[in-house]
Write a protein that binds this ligand. Structure first.
Ligand code: SAH
Length: 227
């Protein structure tokens, strides 16, 4: 079973449209859609926004639906001047930018018992590179920073970028990564850029959510077909 996860309805609607027929299971105040893509059984869901929702849903996908791999599809704000609206990137590692016990002398993003940066699965990342090459799509890997905030402020953006050497910012990846790491499930994290996380990011987000969500979803479907 392969899990395909998004945060918002808009991020999985293109997936469900491409699948066409699926079964719906309700659990924990959410809906989970199961179907077959090629030879693979898949379970698709959107978690709702933020770290708690995405951690809960990831745990359910693994423990209740038996997901053996997880692919995330969604949108993010760019922190990298070479990443523009509509471009895609995958996470090589993820960090929680709002995790802060620096008062005790620890670095940003650290609490005892975890690594600051969670690494994604190397073989899924390599598969993504192959799929991108085949389709002539430009795909880069980078650090994705996660926090329970929509970043639409130049100073906040610069701080996250400089503190973690991050390329994109969003609100779910870091928590999905931690759950998958603890449960030993290989995971892949793809994001299409919807905005540039500075002033006006909210306006860009509203304008580009659907088109960017579509770009990311299409790519993830191609990856599932290639698995
Ligand atoms: N418009 C929505 C809220 C969107 S929050 C509403 O009113 O309900 C932004 C979502 O897109 C999150 O799921 C997050 O992961 C991603 N995202 C895109 N750009 C972002 C940014 N600049 N900062 C943080 N998250 C961002």
């Amino acid at each position: 079973m392969i899990a395909i996860l998004g945060a918002m309805q808009e991020e999985i609607t293109p997936i469900l449209q491409m699948i066409g027929e699926y079964e719906t299971t309700e659990f924990a105040n959410n809906k989970f859609y199961t179907a077959k893509i090629g030879n693979n059984y898949v379970v698709v869901a959107y978690s709702k926004i933020g770290k708690v929702n995405s951690a809960l849903t990831t745990s359910i996908l693994v423990q209740k639906f038996g997901a053996k791999k997880l692919l995330f599809t969604g949108v993010a704000g760019s922190l990298n001047e070479n990443l523009h609206i509509g471009d895609i990137l995958y996470a090589t590692s993820l960090v929680q930018h709002d995790l802060d016990i620096t008062a005790f002398g620890h670095p940003h993003g650290f609490v005892p018992g975890i690594e600051i940066f969670s690494r994604t699965d190397q073989s899924l990342n390599e598969l993504a590179q192959k799929v991108a090459q085949k389709q002539g799509i430009k795909l880069i890997g980078g650090v994705i920073a996660t926090g329970d905030q929509f970043v639409c402020d130049k100073n906040k953006k610069e701080w996250i970028k400089n503190t973690f050497n991050a390329d994109a910012v969003e609100m779910e990846g870091g928590s999905v990564a931690q759950v998958c790491t603890q449960l030993n499930v290989p995971f892949f994290m793809l994001r299409a850029i919807s905005d540039e996380a500075g002033g006006g990011a909210d306006v860009d987000f509203d304008e580009f959510l659907n088109s960017s969500a579509n770009i990311s979803a299409k790519f993830v479907i191609e990856m599932v077909k290639a698995l």
